[in-house]
Design a protein around this ligand. Structure first.
Ligand code: ADP
Ligand code: MG
Length: 243
């Protein structure tokens, strides 16, 4: 079998006295979609942020696409391969949608203007808002802004996409348009690690569910098994609240 594209081995992360991660290990295969759920404060965001080293960890080892997160050079190499989408869209408000998509391609990927704009337009089409290239983020709905944020991450041709509660700041009528983009991405074979409590999305797109609590992975299962027959008391209690 091929090496997992993400290898997380026994990660511990403390914030002062708070033990955010208490020994988390997880392998993600290329093309796999892993959905992480769990109560607030269970370490989900911290785990995602460790994967591209937005957060330093105290011990353990993470390897992405064969590159260990150790030297600065390696960390930068991993960051180029990993796209991240947050709850808050984090677009540059003073730049047009097109320029938001062009900027990092020029700076990080060293693409010329025409090439970067071409990629940007293709991606705006892919996320369903080709007509918005000249708009500014403030002129877009939350759902549109989040789709721009996804397109911006994809513009870097990432091998892995991390999503941290990408729809939890959105009004209900906008959630679906973002989840549809993510579902399409999943069906195209993108490797995705998604923190989300959107159970419909999880059922449709996840290969694997991970339930976290108090800094640990408590249960791992297929969506079918997880939703119909959770094994752990804590998973059952959590599901009874979110379903
Ligand atoms: P989740 O995403 O599951 O809600 P987090 O990973 O954000 O959980 O947080 C896990 C724990 O780490 C929580 O107790 C949280 O308060 C703490 N924590 C997270 N980030 C920080 C930080 N920057 N400084 C101090 N404590 C933090
Ligand atoms: Mg979080």
């Amino acid at each position: 079998m091929a090496e997992p594209i993400i290898k997380i081995e026994n990660i511990h992360k403390n914030f002062g006295r708070v033990q955010a991660l208490r020994g988390v290990s997880l392998n993600v295969e290329a093309g796999e979609v892993v959905v992480i759920i769990g109560p607030s404060g269970s370490g989900k965001s911290t785990l995602l942020r460790c994967i591209n080293r937005l957060e330093e960890y105290n011990s353990g080892k993470i390897t992405v696409d064969g590159i260990p997160l150790d030297t600065t050079q390696n960390i930068n190499a991993v960051r180029r391969e990993v796209g991240m989408v947050f709850q808050s869209f984090n677009l540059f408000s003073h730049l047009s949608v097109l320029d938001n998509l062009v900027l990092a391609q020029r700076q990080v990927r060293k693409r010329n203007k025409a090439e970067a704009e071409d990629t940007a337009r293709q991606l705006l089409k892919k996320v369903g808002i080709p007509e918005k290239e000249n708009a500014y983020p403030g002129q877009l709905s939350g759902g549109q802004q989040q789709r721009v944020a996804i397109a911006r991450a994809l513009a870097m041709n990432p091998k892995v996409m991390l999503f941290d509660e990408p729809t939890s700041a959105l009004d209900p009528e906008m959630i679906k348009e973002v989840l549809d983009v993510m579902t399409n991405l999943a069906s195209e074979g993108m490797t995705m690690v998604v923190v989300s409590h959107e159970m419909g999305f999880a059922r449709a797109a996840a290969n694997r569910m991970i339930f976290m609590d108090e800094g640990l992975i408590v249960e791992t299962a297929t969506p079918h098994d997880f939703f119909t027959n959770p094994q752990q008391e804590r998973s059952r209690a959590f599901l009874s609240k979110v379903l």
